[in-house]
Design a protein around this ligand. Structure first.
Ligand SMILES: [Zn+2]
Length: 314
């Protein structure tokens, strides 16, 4: 392996990679995925296979069971390399690059990348802007929808951003970023008042200060939070004191440059996973105290309890 960053043993052989995974996913000892008992099992003669010591269980398990790596034929040290590459590169890693760097088939690399994105997808998080923090909300459009919605039915919302085509044939994304914190992005069928409002209410704490542009999409947000301030881009206003949406616009720009430069084509049904990947890196950035290793460990922890089948990925 010519790449110096992969000189550590867990990037070099399957056994060390397995030990590394066990230390990350089982900090208090092996966890039986069948009955949930912690550190009450014994190693069998088969490498990496443990047998639960609970009398009612007695089942065998491995560290990759019920993670995105389950049933993968790819060696675990290659998984470690792939997790590291996707967590340490600013804009992501193409399946083609994974295929060449790891020496695995293109299809296998493509599926692996989607499973790592699934591990990066975060859910069940606490509301943003708790304790009076600032949450910026904005929408953007990326790529074309596969089946454009009919434009003739009266209430199709107008695009709120400059651009030749409106939301009827563009994929809409709504993102929320907490200043000095994390970001959450959602691909929505239509960015209308109802969908935007539902996302904000589900993800933002009541005491948050919510900043948006003057779009009508955010008109009824005001009543739900301690403050809703808007900047009037149409009037040439981009900031008024600390009221601005520059943070979320910066997040969109990283996403769009990355998608254009690295991934190019992305089917609409995969968009949410690419969003999860960019959100994950932003929410675990250096400024928040994560180096490449910490970020990789966080992604590996997220692999637990998630599955993505080959059929499900297509
Ligand atoms: Zn068990």
């Amino acid at each position: 392996m010519s790449n110096a960053i992969f000189s550590a043993p867990h990037f070099q052989n399957d056994d060390d990679a397995r030990k590394m995974l066990e230390s990350i996913l089982w900090p208090a000892g092996p966890v039986c995925p069948h009955c949930g008992v912690i550190n009450h099992s014994y190693a069998t003669k088969r490498t990496g296979v443990y047998r639960c010591a609970e009398v009612v269980c007695r089942k065998d398990f491995t560290v990759t069971m019920r993670t995105v790596m389950e049933r993968s034929k790819i060696a675990l040290h290659k998984w470690m390399q792939a997790f590291h590459l996707m967590c340490s590169s600013k804009k992501g890693v193409s399946a083609h690059q994974l295929h060449r760097t790891l020496g695995i088939g293109y299809e296998a690399a493509w599926f692996m990348a989607h499973r790592i994105r699934e591990a990066m997808r975060q859910g069940g998080l606490a509301p943003m802007g708790g304790g009076g923090g600032i949450v910026e909300v904005d929408e953007t459009y990326h790529g074309k929808v596969e089946t454009p919605r009919p434009r003739s039915r009266g209430r199709i919302p107008k695009p709120t951003k400059g651009g030749k085509s409106g939301p009827a044939d563009k994929r809409a994304i709504v993102s929320l970023v907490e200043r000095g914190g994390s970001v959450r992005s959602f691909h929505v069928a239509v960015a209308d008042k109802a969908s935007v409002h539902a996302i904000i209410v589900a993800n933002v704490a009541k005491e948050a200060r919510v900043f948006t542009d003057e779009s009508r999409l955010y008109g009824n947000v005001v009543a739900d939070f301690s403050e809703h301030s808007t900047v009037k881009h149409s009037a040439g206003e981009y900031a008024r004191g600390d009221v601005h949406t520059n943070t979320i616009e910066g997040v969109f720009s990283i996403f769009k440059r990355g998608m254009k430069g690295i991934y190019q084509h992305c089917k609409e049904k995969h968009l949410h996973r690419y969003l999860a990947e960019y959100d994950f890196r932003y929410s675990h950035r250096v400024k928040l105290g994560f180096n490449d290793t910490d970020r990789t460990v966080a992604a590996i922890r997220g692999a637990e309890g998630k599955r993505l089948t080959y059929q499900g990925a297509h």
